[in-house]
Design a protein. Structure first.
Length: 298
C-alpha cells in the first residue's frame, strides 16, 4: 500500500512540473489541467516558506522562456500572480517580476507576462519604470471606469531621478499598456519620449497615423487612454536628422507624432474627450491638448 501511494504521489508531482525540462513550455504548460502558477494567484509571495519558494520557482521556470527563468543569471522569481478578466469576459493570468537596479545610473525595470485561462503564454515584455526611479508598492485591482484590471505602482525618485509618484498600467487583452503617470502633487504628468532612457512603460504598438486616430474613438476606455498617454507625451518635435552622437527619439517616431497631432479628426476627438464624463479620459485629453499646442523643439 505504501509503495502504491508513493508511486501515485511521484506521478502527480511529475505531471505538475515535467514541462520544465521540455523545449516548448508555452505549448506544454497549456496542456496541463491546471496552470502551474494558478495556485499562487492572489497570494502574498513574500510570505512563502522555503518549500513554497521552491515550488514557485519550479512552476515559474516551467512556463517561461529561458531569459525569464530563475535559472538565468539576471532573472528573478515573480513577485505577483493575479487572475484577470477582460472586457469580453475572457479569463487569464498576469505575472509580474520586479527587477532591481543593478547598475547606477540606470533605469528600474519590470517584466510582465500574460497567460490565457489554460496557461498558454500570450505575451512577455520587459520595460523601464523610470530612470533613477524605484518602484516601492504594487497594487492590482479592477477599475470599472476603465472596464478592466489595472496595476498601480507607487514609485519615488532615487538620486536625482524624476519625481513620478504613481504609474498605472492596464491589462488590455493580451498585453500590458501604460495609461497614467502622476507627479508628486498627484497631478497627471506626461511621459518623456524625446529621451528614450527616460521613457516609462512598454513599447507603443506599431500603428499608422490612421490607426492612432481610430484608437481615440474606440469603445474601450483603455485603448483611448493609451492613445492619449502617447499623444500627450513630451516628444522630440524637430524634424531634422538626429546627430549620431546623441540619443534622441528617432526621426520616424517624431514624424509620426507630428502627423497624428495635425490630423483634424484627432484634434476633434481630443477636444471632445476633454469634455468626457470619464475623469481618466478627460484629464488625459486636457494634458494632450496642452502638449499638442506647445511649441517646443528638442
Amino acid at each position: 500500500m505504501r509503495y502504491r501511494l508513493f508511486i501515485l504521489i511521484a506521478a502527480i508531482l511529475s505531471a505538475r512540473f515535467s514541462c520544465s525540462v521540455l523545449p516548448f513550455p508555452d505549448e506544454i504548460c497549456a496542456q496541463h489541467a491546471e496552470f502551474p502558477l494558478a495556485g499562487f494567484a492572489g497570494l502574498d509571495l513574500k510570505t512563502l516558506d522555503e518549500g513554497g519558494i521552491s515550488d514557485l520557482k519550479k512552476a515559474w521556470d516551467s512556463c517561461l522562456p529561458e531569459e525569464y527563468r530563475t535559472t538565468h543569471s539576471v532573472a528573478y522569481p515573480p513577485i505577483f500572480v493575479w487572475h484577470t478578466k477582460d472586457k469580453e469576459g475572457q479569463k487569464g493570468y498576469v505575472v509580474l517580476q520586479k527587477n532591481p537596479v543593478e547598475i547606477f545610473p540606470s533605469a528600474s525595470y519590470v517584466s510582465a507576462h500574460t497567460f490565457d485561462h489554460s496557461g498558454k503564454r500570450l505575451d512577455s515584455v520587459n520595460f523601464p519604470t523610470g530612470w533613477r526611479i524605484l518602484v516601492q508598492t504594487v497594487n492590482f485591482r479592477y477599475e470599472p471606469t476603465l472596464q478592466g484590471h489595472i496595476i498601480e505602482m507607487g514609485s519615488a525618485p532615487w538620486n536625482l531621478g524624476r519625481s513620478v509618484r504613481r504609474q498605472v498600467y492596464g491589462i488590455l487583452r493580451d498585453r500590458l499598456v501604460l495609461l497614467w503617470l502622476e507627479g508628486p502633487d498627484g497631478g497627471l504628468i506626461p511621459n518623456i519620449y524625446y529621451a528614450p532612457n527616460h521613457t516609462i512603460g512598454p513599447p507603443q504598438p506599431n500603428r499608422s497615423a490612421e490607426q492612432w486616430a481610430e484608437a481615440l474613438t474606440s469603445d474601450h476606455p483603455m485603448v483611448v487612454l493609451e492613445a492619449l498617454s502617447w499623444l500627450g507625451g513630451t516628444h522630440r518635435l524637430s524634424l531634422s536628422d538626429t546627430p549620431k552622437d546623441q540619443h534622441w527619439e528617432n526621426l520616424e517616431s517624431t514624424k509620426l507624432i507630428v502627423t497624428v497631432r495635425r490630423r483634424p479628426d484627432v484634434i476633434t476627438a481630443v477636444e471632445e474627450l476633454a469634455r468626457s464624463s470619464n475623469p481618466w479620459l478627460r484629464q488625459a485629453a486636457i494634458l494632450a491638448i496642452e502638449q499638442m499646442t506647445a511649441q517646443v523643439n528638442w
